[in-house]
Design a protein around this ligand. Structure first.
Ligand code: NAP
Ligand code: MG
Length: 402
């Protein structure tokens, strides 16, 4: 069989630990035998980040801007323990944070659904994609512990020195206070990323805040979304038969639980943090969550939502058998290949991505799966496989389908 040709390279961001091991297996067994892979390789493994003073992360993000599509392996975000483990020069920042700051994007997370791994909410027959705004609010908050009676005000000093004040509270006792902010350009990018992704994936977009209580802060989010929708996206949404729907956050959670899924739920930073963990758990497994960073300019970076699966890696290093689920990492590759196929008008490449995804799902639905799924599946006849065995089984399903 002739290999499928590519025209533009993918930006390939390698990573750490067990996911780095899986990364190579996926390339060797599931991609390179079928696709004449063109990629520009960046090693975001912690050793290389340390050696290059993290320049490699910045370079990989710049390359993503240039080519438009990246696929990323999970990476270690260093903490004190990693400083000694890897003899680091510095506690390098989270690569995802660095990349996001350069691409200015929004992260979309969606579960991969398979029969036999049932969501706790029975009516969720389609995936719910969460879009989390990744800037500001309580994550960039300023806080004071108020020791006793006194006045707290918000003060805005304009460049010409004029002051605007707003009373927060006249304290008569000890207490606490918090100040937080957001930026119009950041909310605008968030909105555009969400509208673009909805058009891209042909799904409705829901957005919710607490604008009835937060009449200036949350209301500004609502107004910015509405204005951008009306001026830039309404026509396209109507043409595709899609809906943009705004509601109160309380109403949204009730509707989400009653829904069948199949839409994008845009959330402010804190709501997205909490709700994405709730959804991941409710859909069954963290190892089945995909994640894609979409910039407002339409640049894409695909990855798995889970981390480097450190515990499995240490077993692997000791020569013990592992059963690590590679599906979300495979879907990062298929997401990137499909997008490359769309952008470069290579339908064969996009079709290959579809077939590889289907091979993963069919393999699991036939009862062959890694331990994490074997533990929670409702299927009766199950063969638990090890890390290599599962990838091999997917290859066999894929080859049969080609
Ligand atoms: P993790 O790698 O997501 O793993 C947590 C646990 O979830 C695992 O120990 C395993 O449970 C289960 N699990 C996750 N993915 C799995 C898979 N594919 N197959 C089977 N089981 C899976 O989170 P972590 O251990 O908290 O973090 C490890 C490292 O990852 C950290 O250094 C962190 O900085 C990094 N991280 C990176 C990213 C990213 O690059 N996007 C995201 C999160 C974390 P059992 O052990 O019970 O089998
Ligand atoms: Mg969280």
């Amino acid at each position: 069989m002739e290999k499928i040709k590519m025209t533009t390279p993918l930006v390939e961001m390698d990573g750490d630990e067990m996911t780095r091991v899986i990364w190579q297996m996926i390339k060797d067994e599931l991609i390179c035998p079928f696709v004449d892979l063109k990629s520009e390789y960046y090693d975001l493994g912690l050793e290389c980040r340390n050696k290059t003073n993290d320049q490699v992360t910045v370079d990989s993000a710049e390359a993503t801007k240039k080519y438009g599509v990246a696929v990323k392996c999970a990476t270690i975000t260093p903490n004190a323990a990693r400083m000694t483990e890897y003899k680091l020069k510095e506690m390098w920042k989270s690569p995802n944070g660095t990349i996001r700051a350069i691409l200015d994007g929004t992260v979309f997370r969606a579960p991969i659904l398979v029969k036999g791994v049932e969501p706790y909410v029975k009516n969720w027959v389609k995936p719910i994609t969460i879009a989390r705004h990744a800037y500001g609010d309580v994550y960039k908050g300023a806080e004071i512990k108020i020791p006793g009676p006194g006045r707290v005000e918000l003060v805005y000093t304009a460049e010409d020195g004029t002051e605007t004040r707003e009373l927060v509270h006249d304290f008569e006792s000890a207490g606490i206070v918090q100040g937080m902010h957001n930026l119009a350009p950041s909310i605008e990018s968030f909105a555009r990323s969400c509208f673009n992704f909805a058009i891209d994936t042909k799904q409705d977009l829901w957005f919710a805040t607490k604008d009835t209580i937060s009449k200036k802060y949350d209301h500004t989010f609502k107004d910015i979304f509405q204005e951008i929708y009306d001026n830039e996206y309404k026509a396209k949404f109507e043409e595709l038969g899609l809906e943009y729907f705004y509601t109160l956050i309380d109403d949204a959670v009730a509707r989400v639980i009653r829904s069948n899924g199949g839409y994008i739920w845009a959330c402010k930073n804190y709501d997205g943090d909490v709700m994405s963990d709730m959804l991941a758990t409710a859909y069954g497994s963290l190892s089945m969550m995909t994640s894609v960073l979409v910039s407002p300019k339409g640049v894409y970076e695909y990855e798995a939502a889970h981390g480097t699966v450190q515990r499995h890696y240490y077993k692997h290093l000791k020569g013990e058998e592992t059963s690590t689920n590679s599906i979300a990492t495979i879907f990062a590759w298929t997401g990137a290949l499909r997008k490359r196929g769309e952008l470069d008008q290579l339908p064969e490449l996009s079709a290959f991505a579809d077939k590889l995804e289907k091979a993963c799902i069919d393999t699991v639905e036939s009862g062959k799966m890694t331990k994490d799924l074997a533990l929670i599946t409702t299927l009766k006849d199950v063969t638990p496989l090890n890390t290599e065995g599962f990838i091999q089984a997917v290859r066999e399903t894929l080859e049969a389908s080609l």
